[in-house]
Design a protein around this ligand. Structure first.
Ligand SMILES: [Zn+2]
Length: 257
């Protein structure tokens, strides 16, 4: 499934909060009331007012707030913090038929607690893999390079879970396989998903070389590929569903839970 990039790339205003999905129930939308969002100007920004060339567009600071899940059975509360920048735009005043300067606070998230999911992780994904994906979600907002590295770790964990060897004997000495080599081994049993994991690995490598300048779109590409891979590996061929069907067929009636 494609990720709604507008939700994870764009900034927002306290009057118009992005409809992120609740990380706890995965059903409700996080609702924010303007009065629950505190916006403040940073001290460096205040000091800059004394500069002779100062303009309102120099104003910056931070914000913090609480969002609440719209699902009344859940009502989870999610903390959010981030950066504020004052943005000036030219707006047309219809009544006076003239152009005016409008100002608003642009809010950019840098952390959510609990972390919001960038895609839904199926319950059949092994916990160790799900936990590291959630860590990657939290790093997305604050450090793209670290996030890319964490996604690369997810690929390593998938190789572990699929029992791809970690080491080999080389001239009588044991050495660790590189992730690239493990994915090549995995390709022999699952060509398609190995191809996808290789793409994730390249983006992860880029995260280790800051010079490559990873963008949010690069990371969202990586998350989209990862979502596809884990759906194929842990949902379609889910042993839980297979076991459930086998048990129902054996009983020739519902499980009666
Ligand atoms: Zn909820």
């Amino acid at each position: 499934m494609s990720i709604n990039r507008l939700l994870f790339k764009n900034s927002f205003t306290s009057d118009r909060i992005s409809p992120w999905i609740c990380p706890t129930c995965q059903i409700g939308v996080l609702i924010g009331d303007k009065k629950n969002i505190t916006v403040y100007e940073g001290s460096g920004s205040k000091t800059a007012h004394d500069h002779p060339g100062w303009e309102p567009s120099w104003i910056y600071g931070g914000f913090s707030g609480i969002l609440t899940c719209s699902n009344s059975y859940c009502s989870e509360m999610v903390s959010i913090i981030g950066r504020m920048d004052l943005i000036e735009i030219y707006e047309h005043n219809e009544e006076l038929d003239c152009w005016e300067t409008g100002r608003y606070n642009e809010l950019t998230p840098i952390q959510f607690y609990p972390t919001i999911n960038i895609f839904k992780i199926n319950i059949d994904v092994p916990k160790k893999i799900a936990d590291i994906i959630i860590k990657a979600f939290s790093l997305y907002w604050v450090d793209l390079s670290s996030c890319a590295n964490k996604i690369r770790t997810v690929a390593e964990y998938i190789m572990d879970n699929k029992k791809i060897p970690k080491t080999c004997l080389n001239h009588g000495k044991r050495r660790r396989y590189k992730l690239h080599e493990r994915i090549v081994l995995f390709k022999k049993i699952n060509t398609d998903e190995a191809e996808h994991l290789m793409a994730i690995k390249w983006i992860g490598n880029s995260g280790s070389h800051q010079i490559d300048g990873l963008t949010k779109d690069d990371i969202l590409d990586s998350f989209e590929i990862l979502e596809h891979v884990i759906t194929k590996l842990y949902e379609t061929d889910s042993t839980r569903i297979k076991k459930l069907s086998r048990n129902i067929n054996k009983r020739k009636k519902p499980m009666g839970k």
